[in-house]
Design a protein around this ligand. Structure first.
Ligand SMILES: Nc1ncnc2c1ncn2[C@@H]1O[C@H](COP(=O)(O)OP(=O)(O)O)[C@@H](O)[C@H]1O
Ligand SMILES: [Mg+2]
Length: 293
């Protein structure tokens, strides 16, 4: 499957680079774009539930809802009428105070349909790709981690997220065309790196909506792991009805049904991120000490 992909991305993407720096909470804030140009692959679900799991262990998290559908806002119980200062304002130079959610340590800048207009309005702006980055400068300081929930397109909103971010987290649905979509996203990330944001890293790929009874899904997991190596998280998010019904209650699945397989998978994913981070921090300080000696 996907010949040519290995040659193009195999060494670059599987080897040293993306894996040397993981989601880190070493006292500095980190901005992570949750991106995949495909719709319905689990970006919003992953954003909400990772944020919830990490905030439960004391991390201060901000979600920037950067999809005009506002699913992250809805999924966290923010009613449309309450979305006063939004990601649209953030991108167009307005003052924005993030909203508290029902979850301690978790705040959000919500989105409304206005955001679809920003995409058009920004086209004429100076440094239109850096509007979010400029706006995030002061905001991000108050948080350990900012998660930007991207829309299902590689347009100006996703570009702004990739320019503002330190890392990209890619949810990948376990389906046949997963790798084709990924290859396009990785090319975009490479272009953003070349043109605007040389430090941008792929922090990880999360396999989502896995159905273990489905042979094709198992094959996709094998393929993605073979091509992308350790960039792929060990934790796989199963397809789980509790995950899909949680947003209609305005709650993360962890609050809706903590013992469900879906909620537990997101708890594991958060744990894996923290462990990866601790390992990366230890490796970095070892390098620093060796350098100083
Ligand atoms: N692990 C899962 N099991 C079952 N349904 C899921 C799972 N992850 C996401 N969904 C559902 O699939 C749909 C798309 O997920 P979503 O996170 O909104 O994707 P995206 O943000 O990439 O468009 C939503 O209805 C969501 O509730
Ligand atoms: Mg979404």
């Amino acid at each position: 499957m996907n010949q040519g992909f290995d040659a193009k991305y195999g060494n670059d993407m599987c080897g040293t680079d993306p894996l040397t720096q993981h989601l880190g909470y070493d006292g500095t804030h980190k901005i992570v774009a949750v991106a995949n140009q495909k719709g319905g692959v689990g970006k919003t679900t992953t954003t909400i539930n990772l944020a919830t799991a990490l905030s439960a262990v004391g991390r201060r998290i901000l979600i920037v809802d950067s999809d005009s559908q506002g699913n992250a806002s809805t999924g966290l119980g923010i009613a449309p009428a309450d979305r006063i200062e939004t990601t649209y304002d953030l991108l167009t130079g307005g003052r924005v105070t993030p909203m508290k959610t029902a979850i301690p340590n978790l705040e959000i800048i919500p989105a409304t349909v206005d955001l679809s207009g920003a995409e058009i309005e920004l086209v004429g702006a100076e440094r239109r790709e850096a509007c979010l980055k400029n706006a995030m400068g002061e905001l991000a300081i108050d948080y350990d981690l900012v998660l930007i929930d991207c829309p299902p397109a590689l347009g100006l909103l996703t570009l702004n997220a990739l320019v503002a971010a330190d890392e990209v987290l890619v949810p990948l649905q376990c389906e046949f065309f997963a790798l084709e979509g990924l290859s396009m996203l990785l090319k975009t990330i490479e272009r953003v790196r070349d043109a605007y944001n040389p430090a941008l890293n792929v922090s990880g790929i999360v396999l989502t909506m896995y159905d273990k009874r489905n042979r094709l899904a198992r094959e996709v997991v094998e393929d993605v792991r073979r091509v992308m190596g350790e960039t792929v998280f060990d934790t796989i998010i199963p397809r789980n009805v509790r995950v899909s019904e949680a947003p209609s209650f305005g709650k993360p699945v962890m609050l809706h049904s903590f013992h469900s397989a879906g909620a537990q998978a997101y708890v594991h994913l958060a744990g894996e991120m923290l462990r990866r981070d601790a390992a990366a921090t230890a490796a970095n300080s070892a390098t620093t000490i060796r350098g100083a000696a």
